[in-house]
Design a protein. Structure first.
Length: 209
């Protein structure tokens, strides 16, 4: 979701910082940047290791989500959202697989008007392991009734790309910043380029008898 359909990272960063402030915590500079694409429990584990906070995961999640809602104005659609709308109009089955909580996913989708676009949504709460484990993508394929080998994943983080590859899916890796060492096995799409032609090629290949 983040970095593909919507850009909610500014809202997440602002919520992270303001939640830290309310909790009276400080973390090493760049901690949040190094956790791009990580699940909420992985972020909390890094936070607890860095600060020794007595907060539980549930307490931190509730605190951060409350601040996240306050920064909804920073959530914006990305160009791929328009592509997803076109694919949806053609009847292409689509799923969202996110390491975010169900609350954050629902909030982002409603805030950007994308809440009716997708056929299914898999969040961190639906699977035993978040990305980079393949659990979320495998469950999405199961719910869509599509074989993993027939799925195309679009990801912006190495963590997400690794999850798609581990699920046995084809992966387009489209980061927001240049990556000199993209994940091996993924098709790298440089920032500023568009994935549309590659997606069309994939769909045409799958449509052939």
């Amino acid at each position: 979701m983040d970095g593909t359909l919507v850009d909610s990272e500014p809202a997440h960063e602002a919520a992270f910082d303001s939640a830290l402030h309310e909790a009276g915590l400080s973390v090493p500079a760049g901690l949040h940047d190094g956790l791009l694409g990580a699940s909420g429990d992985a972020v909390f584990a890094a936070l607890r290791e860095a600060t020794g906070t007595p907060l539980s995961l549930a307490e931190w999640t509730g605190l951060k989500h409350r601040h996240f809602e306050r920064h909804a104005h920073a959530i914006a659609r990305l160009p791929a959202a328009a592509l997803a709308e076109r694919l949806g109009a053609r009847g292409v089955p689509m799923a969202l697989v996110s390491n975010s909580t169900p609350e954050e996913v629902r909030f982002c989708m409603r805030a950007t008007g994308l809440d009716t676009l997708l056929d299914t949504v898999v969040t961190r709460a639906d699977v035993p392991r978040g990305k980079p484990a393949p659990d979320g993508y495998l469950l999405a394929a199961q719910w869509l009734g599509v074989a993993p080998a027939d799925c195309l994943v679009v990801e912006d983080s190495p963590t997400g790309a690794a999850a798609g590859l581990a699920a046995g899916m084809q992966v387009l890796y489209h980061p927001q910043a240049p990556d000199p060492t993209p994940p091996e096995g993924a098709r790298y799409i440089a920032p500023g380029a568009v994935p549309d032609p590659l997606i069309e090629t994939f769909l045409n290949m799958k449509a052939q008898p």
